[in-house]
Design a protein around this ligand. Structure first.
Ligand code: CTP
Ligand code: CA
Length: 231
């Protein structure tokens, strides 16, 4: 009924969230990674749980505690993240907030590379699977609503629009992660100013803390999911 929907807009839904970076080993002691604190993804998982959803949070290595009530699946690499995401499906809504490393070292060594042997190493990189695009284009497993993020340093909206089309998702949450005057940055920080990009156009939200962005996004996802199901 409408009262329950207002209080718990995601009651009975399964929400899958990816968050944090992935770590791609170079050798047992070194890795390649993107900058990501995981804060925005963890806040979305917490907000979805507060909205009544069952929540699975597939997370790369971060220094955050999992939100109470949320099922955490901890992974390291992009390939592990894809496997964990597949395992967690089906879901009604999937939010891909992770900063997945785009490449991994083709033949990561089992032993630590020593500085004194063979000079400066050269690495062959291979592309990681695109987890968002894989799930968005999977006819059998696609959640009703698939949401991606786009962290950009320039032409934020243009790049995000291209990603929406390329990846086949319903919504892109885009933000500007370029260094700001005064040194404040979205990355690792507590605030975020996002643009919501969908087939229907672009909506720019005011600067908010990451919890507020998460709560507003979750409220919007409840509406969009019901609209997509025509209920
Ligand atoms: N993503 C993913 N798997 C990847 C790369 C990205 O699931 N291997 C997801 C991210 O979680 C995010 C969205 O795709 O939701 C966009 O990520 P982004 O890095 O901005 O896009 P890329 O397609 O990797 O393009 P680029 O890094 O060149 O801007
Ligand atoms: Ca990328």
């Amino acid at each position: 009924d409408t009262k329950l929907l207002a209080a718990l807009p995601l009651a009975g839904k399964h929400v899958l969230v990816t968050a944090g970076p992935t770590h791609e080993p170079i050798d047992p002691v070194r890795f390649i990674a993107n900058r990501s604190s995981g804060k925005q993804g963890y806040a979305i998982a917490a907000a979805a749980f507060a909205a009544g959803a069952r929540v699975t949070l597939v997370s790369g290595p971060v220094s955050l505690l999992p939100p109470p009530g949320v099922t955490l699946v901890a992974v390291e690499t992009a390939r592990e993240m894809l496997e964990a995401v597949r395992h967690a499906l089906p879901a009604d809504i999937a939010v891909f907030a992770a900063a997945v490393a785009d490449w991994r070292v083709a033949d990561a060594g089992a032993q630590k590379i020593k500085k004194d042997e063979g000079g400066t190493p050269h690495f062959m990189l291979v592309e990681n699977p695109d987890i968002l695009a894989t799930i968005a284009r999977d006819e059998a497993q696609r959640p009703t609503l698939v949401v991606g993020f786009a962290a950009e340093t320039e032409q934020v909206v243009e790049h995000a629009r291209a990603k929406l089309a390329r990846k086949g998702c319903d919504l892109i949450v885009a933000n500007d992660v370029s260094p700001q005057p005064g040194g404040a940055s979205v990355m690792g920080g507590d605030r975020n100013r996002v643009h919501l990009i969908s087939m229907n156009g672009v909506e720019t939200w005011p600067d908010m803390d990451k919890q507020a962005v998460a709560a507003a996004l979750v409220a919007r996802l409840g509406q969009l999911e019901r609209a997509k199901l025509h209920i």
